[in-house]
Design a protein around this ligand. Structure first.
Ligand SMILES: NC(=O)c1ccc[n+]([C@@H]2O[C@H](COP(=O)([O-])OP(=O)(O)OC[C@H]3O[C@@H](n4cnc5c(N)ncnc54)[C@H](OP(=O)(O)O)[C@@H]3O)[C@@H](O)[C@H]2O)c1
Length: 269
């Protein structure tokens, strides 16, 4: 595993597992929670330690259970969760604190490695107010790092101008159908690590053919080339698969390197 150091000094693995359909009926995002930890057990056994969840996914308790079940020390894991950018969770200090308490309880932990605001909303000053509460939890050692998700350059800049603790991560949509180059570049300029959600989504047939062709000489699949492109660009990836074999394949990214020419080709897809 390779890591990137966040602006807090904390190291984040370059690859983690997404979970937004894990522990749910029919692997459906809106499905009932089954509590089944099968996908997470397999991911943890394969070596995933960064696990990405959110209050909005309703499955933090499934992640908490899988971590416990693994028998590994809590410190082995890098847990990320997210506070919804919804009034119910953001309207007051009490609302924010209740959300945080819920995450901690569901995850069965007394600290979270990275806590994000899941989505921005129109009132930037209100976002800053929520952020200030998150900062206090960094002070208390409950959060090791804080960040945001789905923020654009303007929203990031406003937060940078008003924050005491700058965001460590911006989790954004990034895949071959939508690389999000500009916000990633902005993050780099300001010491904010970009983390790709949906890193294997949005692949057209044409892009798949091109990625497959690039992967041939390395004996890698289109998916591995796509993920490698992102980590080689300094972007953390959190792919998800319900298949234990594909989960393993997605970790096999550190034994090959794309050439500058191939990087440019993938960037242009
Ligand atoms: N912050 C946000 O707003 C936000 C939004 C969306 C998602 N997320 C996070 O990002 C995570 C990842 O995104 P995602 O779950 O939408 O999609 P993803 O990781 O892009 O995966 C998309 C699909 O690709 C397939 N796949 C995985 N590995 C593969 C491989 N090696 N070869 C071929 N197909 C493969 C999987 O199907 P199989 O199961 O059949 O393998 C999966 O359903 C989420 O789980 C969630 O944690 C965050």
């Amino acid at each position: 595993m390779e890591f990137v150091t966040l602006n807090t000094g904390v190291e984040i693995p370059m690859i983690g597992t997404g979970t937004n359909t894990y522990g749910k009926q029919d692997h459906n995002y809106n499905g009932d929670i089954t509590g089944d930890t099968t996908e997470l057990d397999a991911a943890i056994a394969s070596g995933y330690r960064l696990i990405d969840t959110a209050i909005g996914y309703r499955n933090e308790a499934v992640i908490g259970a899988a971590v416990k079940k693994s028998g590994l020390d809590r410190s082995e894991f890098f847990l990320t969760s997210k506070l919804p950018g919804k009034e119910e969770y953001t309207a007051s200090r009490e609302a924010v604190e209740a959300g945080i308490a819920f995450s901690l309880e569901q995850l069965q932990t007394d600290y979270i490695d990275l806590y994000l605001i899941h989505h921005p909303w129109d009132d930037l000053d209100e976002i800053v107010s929520v952020w200030k509460v998150l900062e206090e939890y960094v002070d208390k050692g409950v959060f090791k790092a804080i960040g945001v998700s789905n923020f654009d350059e303007r929203q990031l800049q406003y937060l940078l101008d008003n924050a005491r603790i700058e965001p460590a991560v911006n989790q954004i949509q990034s895949h071959v159908g939508h690389w999000n180059h500009e916000v990633i570049a902005f993050g780099k300029q300001h010491g904010i690590v970009s983390e790709a959600w949906g890193p294997l989504s949005g692949v057209s047939d044409e892009a798949r053919v091109k990625l497959t062709e690039i992967g041939k000489s390395y004996n890698k699949s289109w998916a591995q080339v796509s993920l490698r492109y992102q980590i080689q660009s300094g972007v953390v990836v959190i792919p998800k698969s319900h298949d234990a074999g594909r989960q393993k394949d997605n970790l096999e990214l550190f034994d090959f390197e794309l050439t500058a020419e191939e990087m440019a080709e993938v960037a242009a897809l």
